[in-house]
Ligand binder design. Structure first.
Ligand code: 13P
Length: 253
C-alpha cells in the first residue's frame, strides 16, 4: 500500500547528545498516527544504533542511513556497506542524494548497485532524483529525471520497485529556502508516476510512495501534501527543529 512518509535527513548535523534530545523530543508523547504513515530519521552513521534502539518500540518510527557503499565488502577504507547496516537493524537508506551525486561523483550506475545491495539485505532504499537549476531553466527537467530513474531503477523487478521510496528533490530547492511550488512538485510527481506506469504498469506506479524534498517547512507542508501525487517529504533543515518536524508529521494527517 502507498504510504505517507515524513523523512528527516539530518545530514552532517548534531552531536550525539543533540541527536538523542532531538529524537526524544520528537517521538515522546507523539499523537497516534494512522497505519499508513511512516516517519523516518536519516541520522549520521555513528548514531544509527542509539537511534534504532530509541524507536524500537514505536512502529511508525524508523531509522535510515544517509548513504552506503556500492560494493559488498573489502578494501574500501572509510566506507559503510549495506551488510553492516543490516547487521545493526537499519531498515531504510537514502541513495543518490544530490549532496553525494555532485561532490562525490556518484553515477546512476553506482546508485543501481547500491540499490541492489540494499534489497539483498532487506533495506528499503529512499532513492533521490532531481534536476539542477540549469536543467530546470532549459525546460528539460522531465527527461533529466526520467534518465535518472531508468539508469538506477529500471533493472528492478516490479515487486522491489513498489517497495522503494522515491524522493524528488530539485537541487535548486535544497537548503535555499526556495521551495518548488505545489504545482511544480505535483507536475513532476505525476510525471514520475507516468514513467513508472509505462514500465511497470499503473498498479505498481500507484503503489509507489513519491515524496518531495527541498525547503519543506511546517508552513508549506499542508499545501504540498494536498497535491494528489505528493506522498510526503524528505526534510533537511526543518527536521532539526523538533516543533517544525512534528508539525510536518501532523500535516500528513
Ligand atoms: P532542506 O529541507 O534543508 O532544503 O533539504 C532538503 C534535503 O536535501 C533533504 O534531503
Amino acid at each position: 500500500m502507498r504510504k505517507k512518509i515524513a523523512a528527516a535527513n539530518w545530514k552532517m548535523n548534531t552531536t550525539f547528545q543533540e541527536a538523542e534530545n532531538l529524537l526524544r523530543t520528537i517521538t515522546q508523547n507523539s499523537p497516534l498516527l494512522d497505519a499508513n504513515i511512516q516517519v523516518v530519521f536519516a541520522v549520521p552513521f555513528p548514531y544509527l544504533q542509539m537511534a534504532s534502539s530509541m524507536v524500537a518500540e514505536t512502529p511508525h518510527y524508523n531509522i535510515a542511513a544517509q548513504n552506503c557503499y556500492h560494493q559488498k565488502s573489502g578494501a574500501y577504507t572509510g566506507e559503510v556497506s549495506a551488510a553492516m547496516l543490516h547487521s545493526i537493524g537499519v531498515h531504510y537508506c537514502i541513495v543518490g542524494h544530490s549532496e553525494r551525486r555532485v561532490p562525490f561523483g556518484e553515477s546512476n550506475e553506482q546508485l543501481a548497485a547500491k540499490i541492489n545491495l540494499l534489497f539483498e539485505y532487506g533495506i528499503v532504499p529512499i532513492f533521490c532524483c532531481g534536476e539542477p537549476l540549469l536543467i530546470r531553466e532549459a525546460g528539460t527537467e522531465n527527461s533529466f529525471v526520467e534518465n535518472q530513474l531508468k539508469e538506477s531503477l529500471f533493472h528492478l523487478p516490479a515487486t522491489q520497485l513498489a517497495q522503494l521510496i522515491i524522493a524528488y528533490e530539485p537541487i535548486w530547492a535544497i537548503g535555499t529556502g526556495k521551495t518548488a511550488t505545489t504545482d511544480q512538485a505535483q507536475a513532476m510527481h505525476a510525471f514520475i508516476r507516468t514513467v513508472l506506469g509505462k514500465k511497470y504498469g499503473t498498479a505498481v506506479a500507484e503503489e509507489t510512495s513519491l515524496i518531495y524534498g527541498g525547503s519543506v517547512k511546517a508552513s508549506n507542508a499542508n499545501e504540498l501534501f494536498d497535491a494528489a501525487d505528493v506522498d510526503g517529504a524528505l526534510v533537511g533543515g526543518a527536521s532539526l527543529q523538533a516543533e517544525e518536524f512534528k508539525a510536518i508529521i501532523a500535516a500528513l494527517k
